[in-house]
Design a protein around this ligand. Structure first.
Ligand code: NAD
Length: 243
């Protein structure tokens, strides 16, 4: 049987980039998949569900709808996230609150809402999309890095809380992945082609990470085959973290 046959997965931020690549891969490997997103247009066989991870009512309704449509939930991929640029003193309080609401509290809300369903699964797994920014100490990324540091801590603590119930929690740390997000950043640069070349030159591999490569790592951590792995983080960054 395919690796994910009989399993149901919810992917937040599942309509673009890493989330869409993950939802697509899990479905190809046999899972029933719902994508929770602000803009939930996704191709069949994926199911799109509109929700804002920063809104608790919206999350609870969407998670219930996903569980009902898919017939339960075995896998949750907490991937929805937004960026922020700026040095330590640059971002207004309101932006600090907003980015933490989405990147950190969003994961807490979705996880809380999904847990009653995950507790009924024999193969429950949560995978969070973190970032090399969690530990890299990148310049001009204080707020974003702080949210991803929180995601890493949350992943380890949640894994400890839930291991006794057979629910695994892990995260992936992408480097610079070639998604619409990076496309938007490049489009805003004075010379997008030169900016892309400079970004590629900073990668040890000389190229950006493909969203499908992050999806493959998420699928590994979501799979029943990784049943002894919990509380860990997997870098998908072309060797960037070792430098
Ligand atoms: P993306 O912008 O292509 O996709 C993100 C998706 O999340 C979008 O479909 C968006 O609508 C959705 N989303 C945003 N806010 C939401 C909200 N409040 N509620 C519901 N959905 C929401 O971005 P991506 O590059 O695929 O990034 C996905 C994740 O990967 C993020 O958590 C990001 O921090 C992380 N990440 C990305 C990179 C990279 O280089 N692209 C690197 C490290 C980590």
């Amino acid at each position: 049987a395919p690796e994910f046959a009989g399993l149901a997965a919810l992917v937040t931020g599942g309509a673009s980039g890493i989330g869409l690549a993950t939802a697509t891969l899990l479905a190809e490997r046999g899972a029933r998949v719902a994508c929770l997103d602000l803009n939930p247009g996704v191709p069949a066989p994926l199911t799109g569900i509109r929700a804002d991870v920063a809104d608790d009512d919206s999350v609870r309704a969407a998670v219930e709808e996903a569980a009902e449509t898919l017939g339960g939930l075995d896998i949750v991929v907490n991937n929805a996230g937004i960026g922020a640029q700026g040095r330590i003193e640059d971002n207004p309080d309101e932006e600090w609150r907003r980015v933490f609401e989405v990147n950190v509290f969003g994961m807490v809300r979705v996880t809380r809402a999904a847990l009653p369903h995950l507790r009924r699964s024999a193969h429950a797994a949560i995978v969070n999309t973190c970032s090399i920014a969690a530990t890299a100490g990148l310049p001009n990324r204080a707020l974003y890095s702080a949210t991803k540091g929180a995601v890493l801590s949350l992943t380890r603590a949640a894994a400890a809380d839930l291991v006794g119930e057979g629910i695994r929690v892990n995260c992936v740390n992408p480097g610079t992945a070639d998604t619409p997000w990076i496309g938007r950043l490049l489009a805003a640069a004075p010379d997008p082609a030169a900016e892309r070349a400079a970004l590629e030159a900073r990668q040890p591999t000389g190229r950006l990470v493909a969203p499908e490569e992050v999806a493959a790592a998420i699928a590994h951590l979501a799979s029943p085959l990784s049943g002894a792995t919990t509380g860990t983080d997997l870098a998908v960054d072309g060797g960037m973290h070792g430098l």
